[in-house]
Design a binder for this molecule. Sequence first.
Ligand code: OOG
Ligand code: MG
Length: 248
Amino acid sequence: MSTLEALAERLDVAQLSRTAIPSLGDGLGIGDAYAVQSAVLARRTARGERLTGVKLGFTSKAKMAQMGVSEVILGRLTDAMRSDDGADVVLSRFIHPRIEPEIAFRLSRDIESDDPTDIESCVDAVAPALEIIDSRYRDFRFTHVDVVADNTSAAGYVIGAWHPVQDLTNRAVRLLSGRTELVGSTAAILGAPVRALHALRGVCRDHRIPLRAGQIVLAGAVTAAVPFTRGVTTCDVAGLGMVTVRGV
Ligand code: OOG
Ligand code: MG
């Protein structure tokens, strides 16, 4: 087993056993980190999971400040991470889950990593979304390279009703979770969520990641993440409506 595969196994076992691990440490480059991420996903797809999309991280200042990482990162989503709008999600699946408000885009066609087509023309719907993140590292403490290897803390997601493509540049976003309420604007996402799509193309090109028709793209959280605990959490995006999930 190569070193990168051994690191992927460590992260995969951490997730399966709900046991946090220490940072992977120095010596790993960003290309290696994406290779570890791919190896983690290969283990998951070998167990029958199917890729359903990608997610971006650290596209907002709120998230960069919360986690101390300031470069846009990409992770992969699978069907095992998806829950229906309004569904119960069992908290014991996770190590120390957090939840955050997101915007989702849906892709209308395949985009190879070197495809020159404007990605904006490949989106056929938008929706409000919630992302559940669950770092496999102790105390959510990681470097840029660590978090990429760990599939950018991806653990769950919920998509609300799909809407026709529209300008989402400056929409109010509200995250309600128990007594916590966080308010933000979609402008927090690189100035406008559509810029997240362009950032995505850059990462896909650099790391040769193809996108497929029907896959979704999470643009990155608008506000900081909050602990995902028992009870209902709602994300409300002006003009797109609400999406909810219940921790049980
Ligand atoms: C990494 C994931 C970041 C986002 O929306 O910015 C992310 C983390 O915060 O653990 O999903
Ligand atoms: Mg996120």
